[in-house]
Every structure is written in structure tokens, then in C-alpha cells.
Design a protein around this ligand. Sequence first.
Ligand code: HEC
Length: 156
Amino acid sequence: MMTKKRNAKALAAAGATLLALAVGSATQAEDDTREMVEMPTIMQEHMLGNMRDHVRALEDILAYLADGRGKDAADVAEARLGLSSLDLHGAAHIATFMPQPMQEAGTEMHRAASRFATLATEAEVDMSVESQQALFGALSEVTQACNACHAGYRIR
Ligand code: HEC
């Protein structure tokens, strides 16, 4: 009984330490090497709204792929992340606030999503392992492009 209690205490302490570490590292501004990009509040909100839709799009894409519906995955990727999504996101207007390399990171993400869309359409027809693996590779290029920009920039 005593040992059990002590173990529970030790576990709780270890948990608290881990939590403190995680919170600490997330809020330590001096570790943050991302470039701050200033933009009006309304543009910030618009951009973050786009970002949240990006994750929802990834969710839809993965769900369609799990169902073997490559064409539907392709349509989501092209319309909401690909080159066709630029108007939807008001990209031209937001881009005027971004430094050139950040704009390029955005373009790279849109290109990667359009490349994925092309492959996903083909992969619905060609269910070979090679084709499906190529599709995973193309999707990981999209998320790599998300992370490349996130690693370099912040807006708040
Ligand atoms: C051109 C740069 C760029 C690209 C590409 C990009 N993001 Fe972002 N994203 C940002 C910035 C900048 C922020 C705000 C970071 C900050 O200041 O906290 C952000 C924030 C977010 C947020 C937080 C939204 C919120 O409401 O807090 C999510 C989620 C997100 N991005 C998802 C994605 C996903 C998924 C992709 C790829 C499909 C992606 N982003 C591509 C620049 C980018």
C-alpha cells in the first residue's frame, strides 16, 4: 500500500516535470528563431483561418485515401491547398505582407499539393503498391512544405 502510494507520487512528480519542460520550451522566446512578419490584425486572422482549413483539408484527404477515393482526395487537395486555391485564400493580398522567401515557401506548398492531386487521380486507377507509395511521398512533400514555412516565420 505504502509503496503504491509512493510510486503514484513519484509518477505525478515526473509528470509535472515533463509538463513544465514542455510548457517551458514552448514559451521560451529566446529559443524562437522564427522571423516575425508584421501584418494588420485582420490579415493575421484571415491567414490563421486559412491555416486551420489547411489542416481540415489534410484530414479530408487522408479520410478519402483511406477509402480508396483518390479522385476525391485529389479534388480537395487541388481546390483547398493547390494552385487553384490561391483566389480562395486571398493569397495575392496576403502575399504583399510576406518577405520574398516566405512567399516562395507558400508557392512551394501550393505546387506540392497540385502535384499530389495529379498523382492521387492516377492512383485511384493504379492501385499498385508503387503507386500508393508514391502518393504517400507526394503528400509528405505537402506537409514538409507546411513545416518549412512554420520553421522560418511567425506573425504574432
Ligand atoms: C508560407 C508560409 C506557410 C505555409 C506554407 C503554411 N503555413 Fe501554417 N502558418 C504560417 C504562419 C506564419 C503561422 C502563424 C505562426 C504564429 O505566428 O504563431 C501559421 C499557423 C498555422 C496554424 C495555426 C492556426 C491558428 O489558428 O493558430 C496551423 C494549424 C497551420 N499553420 C497549418 C498549416 C498547414 C497544415 C500547412 C500546409 C498544408 C501550412 N500551415 C502551411 C505559415 C505557413
